[in-house]
Design a protein around this ligand. Sequence first.
Ligand SMILES: *Cc1c(COP(=O)(O)O)cnc(C)c1O
Length: 372
Amino acid sequence: MNSSTTKSGLTFDIQPSDQRRTPQERAALLDNPGFGNVFTDHMVTIRYTEGKGWYDARVEPYAPLSFDPASANLHYAQEIFEGLKAYRHPDGTIACFRPEANAARMNRSARRMAMPELDEELFTGAIEALLGQDADWVPSQEDSSLYLRPFMFATDVGLGVNHPSRSYMFVLIASPSGPYFSGGIKPVSVWLSEDYTRAAPGGTGEAKFAGNYAASFVAQAQALEQGCDQVVWLDGVEHRWVEEMGGMNLFFVFGSGDGARLRTPALTGTLLPGVTRDSLLTLAPEFGIPVEEGRISTDEWRSAAESGELTEVFACGTAAVITPVGYVKSSHGEFRIGDGTPGPVTMRLREELVGIQYGSRPDTHGWIRDMV
Ligand SMILES: *Cc1c(COP(=O)(O)O)cnc(C)c1O
């Protein structure tokens, strides 16, 4: 075993895989990776024990993990995750977009789930250490990137439920991802979920907590049954205030041309504070598009769409960046947004954000962090 010190000054033990894919095998996998199906040759693992802190940081061959059947994560779901991407820039360097924001959010999620926090340097150091072995897996094709999935879970053995686990494991895996939209950007249709709630005040909605997804699949299945692509979540109390779409935040465009303005649901504690959402709150005003964090009811959504005052709606998140929403359906009826095609505000913001991430537009906010 050898070791490597990352840019952040942290040392990871490196156990290089003796089963690395050949350049030809890698090229074939990078040709059409889809999303979240193909993984690189290595992973990072770091252990934590109460009283001792984080220790045993390593980069090792990507492989199955094994658990005791009484391992806490399998019973009480103390598991949180993050999602960000590494982009290949035109000069060949590899950069991440606001990784410190993901590190900070992981710590907020950790606090909510009574899990230990991880220094920002350890979080970004893990990414640097993994890229130190797997940099060749960062695609250079257009609209392709290496999706990074850091996650943390409880590893105590025992079924006691009176206290959180005292030991944890942090793991980082990476998955090359191709263009989210093959064949152009197509607006999605959404189903407004009135039967199920994603989050309630005081609950876990603002944490990137695995269980939020477990609870969402039945509503997503209902959306598909209704012929829609995605579920839209409403507030858990009155079931009328729009919160978010699947795993993405929502923006509403009112007016058009010079009069266009944006509204996005405010962070009330029940929606996930997206890094993409936050970045758009900064970028839009720079384009002369005022943006307001507020609230929008399902009634206003429908009436403003029908009157034409609401011109565009889009969802945003790391994986798909910005996705237009073209069609809305609920148990009370259905309606279209604009003419059902991607709108100009949606596409302009998308182009700018993607340009910054891939290094073709200037990074005036210090959002880009060179990793390798
Ligand atoms: C991750 C996530 C988002 C988007 O967050 P980004 O940081 O922009 O990727 C939005 N909603 C939910 C429920 C999420 O899990």
